[in-house]
Design a protein around this ligand. Structure first.
Ligand code: PEP
Length: 255
């Protein structure tokens, strides 16, 4: 049985003060929820403060990106070694990194390897753009992104993939539960062929794209979907806690 996971990607939002306030608003309620892995991914500048706030809690911390080298003359970059003292998770290959910052499949693959070397658990994001979806190329795109992201990577169970159709991110137009489940099943199959079936069965594969407390049930009631990567709704304490509470209820009932 895979433990469901809800991760909040705050993106480039919240000053350090706002970030601490947001954590304070949700900490107690979030901490009490059992049966769901809860992960917050604030901006880099808040990681130290929030890692201290989350000590002795059941909430884990993730970063939104990293460079693939451990240290050196890479002005402005943050390394996996630095993150390894603060975080358990790191989001890699988010579509905003791919499309605004030119991250290629090769770069994402190097980051995946570097994260694992430094004991960080990657949350690898894959997903097709609108025109690719409309051209019926969803499977082709996610197949390429998953295979490239995992190239030369040994099978590892502590690995998370987030299927995030680009057209659903921040648009308010979520995929349907069925669409998401079908592609997630396809991704599990790709991983099974690339690694092995047993590891693929253990991987958490999340859906991401305009998830809210109003539509989370549609996704999480499907056994293929192990949780969600939540952007906009993770910036509102009530919404995010609501998403996690509903996830706990649904997955408990499904046991
Ligand atoms: C994301 O940034 O990963 C995301 C899914 O954003 P949103 O929930 O706002 O669509």
């Amino acid at each position: 049985m895979r433990i469901p996971m809800i991760a909040g990607n705050w993106k480039m939002n919240t000053t350090a003060t706002e970030a601490e306030r947001l954590v304070l608003e949700m900490l107690e309620r979030l901490d009490r929820i059992e049966g769901v892995e809860k992960v917050l991914c604030p901006p880099f500048v808040s990681l130290v403060a929030i890692s201290m706030m989350l000590q002795n809690s059941s909430i884990q911390l993730g970063a939104q990106n990293m460079y693939f080298e451990a240290k050196g003359a890479y002005t402005g970059e943050i390394s996996p070694l630095m993150l390894s003292e603060l975080c358990e998770f790191v989001i890699l290959g988010h579509s905003e990194r791919r499309w605004y910052f030119g991250e290629t499949d090769e770069i994402v693959n190097k980051k995946v390897g570097a994260a694992l070397t430094n004991k960080l658990k990657p949350i690898l994001c894959v997903g097709e753009r609108l025109e690719e979806n409309e051209a019926g190329k969803t499977d082709e795109v996610v197949n390429r992104q998953v295979r490239a992201g995992l190239k030369d990577i040994e099978p590892v169970r502590e690995f998370v993939i987030a299927y995030e159709p680009v057209w659903a991110i921040g648009t308010g137009k979520a995929a349907s539960g069925k669409q998401a489940a079908v592609t997630i099943e396809f991704i599990r199959d790709v991983v099974g062929k690339l690694w092995n079936r047993s590891t693929a069965q253990d991987l958490r594969i999340l859906y991401g794209g305009s998830v809210t407390s109003a539509n989370i049930v549609e996704f999480l009631s499907r056994p293929e979907i192990d949780g969600a990567l939540v952007g906009g709704a993770s910036l509102k304490a009530e919404e995010f806690v609501g998403i996690v509470e509903k996830t706990a209820e649904i997955k408990k009932r499904a046991k």
